[in-house]
Design a protein around this ligand. Structure first.
Ligand SMILES: Nc1ncnc2c1ncn2[C@@H]1O[C@H](COP(=O)(O)OP(=O)(O)OP(=O)(O)O)[C@@H](O)[C@H]1O
Ligand SMILES: [Mg+2]
Length: 235
């Protein structure tokens, strides 16, 4: 049994079906990637799991049907880092982190903050800085760290590398690897197929609301059709 099992997932916006019945398995302690171009349905998949939009089909978490309200999904330990790195500008880095806290107990919050500052030394240096003044890469790190403050069982990241300079992209992917190293299951949604396949254990390719291919990260990286369509290489 996989930690999260998605079967026949369909989502429609009005009369238009965006996901046409997809199947995915998210294995515990692994990084699973969902790659695909603009409009493929990647964010829709994450939003359906999060309970933000209505879906049909089944999603089970540790063998039980996942609740469909977003509050309950968060309580179950499935945390989403949405596209667009929304920090609370006007609040400090540390205040932003505290808003993600899992516990109300001061001691636990302190320990959790310390854990995030170890993973993201740059956030420690900027702990009292206004979050709105951080660079794009730093804001991305802050929203990931804020998600981790909630002790997620599954962390879902929606295009964390979008719009970041290559050196920062590498840093973000290195952080995702350490999140996995710490035992958290990751669902990584990305257009950056190359780097995400390198760090993922298993990956799915989504095109126009259908899963068209799946396999280990390394098998997809060496697949000529994937290389031609997603990795900027010709067959
Ligand atoms: N709120 C909405 N109302 C109507 N159609 C929508 C809505 N949100 C998404 N769609 C449509 O659903 C399809 C999938 O969109 P989705 O945002 O899931 O794609 P994506 O793979 O995340 O793309 P991107 O890489 O650009 O973020 C697209 O055709 C999109 O236009
Ligand atoms: Mg998207």
């Amino acid at each position: 049994m996989s930690l999260l099992e998605i079967r026949g997932l369909k989502v429609s916006y009005g009369y238009v079906e965006a996901l046409h019945g997809i199947d995915m398995d998210i294995e515990e302690g692994r990084v699973t990637a969902l790659i695909g171009s603009n409009g493929a349905g990647k964010s829709t998949t994450i939003k359906a799991i999060s309970g933000m939009i209505r879906h049909s089909g089944s999603i089970t978490f540790s063998g039980k049907e996942l609740p469909s309200s977003s509050n309950k999904v968060v309580k179950a330990g499935i945390i989403q880092i949405p596209e667009g790195r929304r920090v609370f500008a006007g609040l400090s880095v540390e205040e932003n982190l505290k808003l993600g806290a899992y516990s109300l107990d001061g001691k636990t919050i302190k320990e959790d903050l310390e854990r995030q500052y170890e993973l993201f030394p740059r956030l420690r240096e900027r702990s009292s800085q206004d979050a709105g003044t951080l660079s794009g890469g730093e804001q991305q790190m802050l929203v990931i760290a804020r998600g981790l403050m909630a002790h997620p069982k599954i962390l879902m990241l929606d295009e964390p590398s979008l719009g970041l300079a290559p050196i920062v992209v590498n840093e973000v992917f290195r952080i995702i690897e350490s999140i996995k190293g710490a035992g958290t299951t990751v669902l990584l949604v990305e257009q950056n197929a190359n780097t995400s396949l390198k760090i993922s254990d298993y990956a799915y390719v989504l095109e126009n609301g259908h899963i068209v291919k799946e396999g280990t990260g390394s098998s997809l990286l060496s697949d000529p059709a994937i290389a031609a369509a997603y990795l900027g290489k010709r067959e």
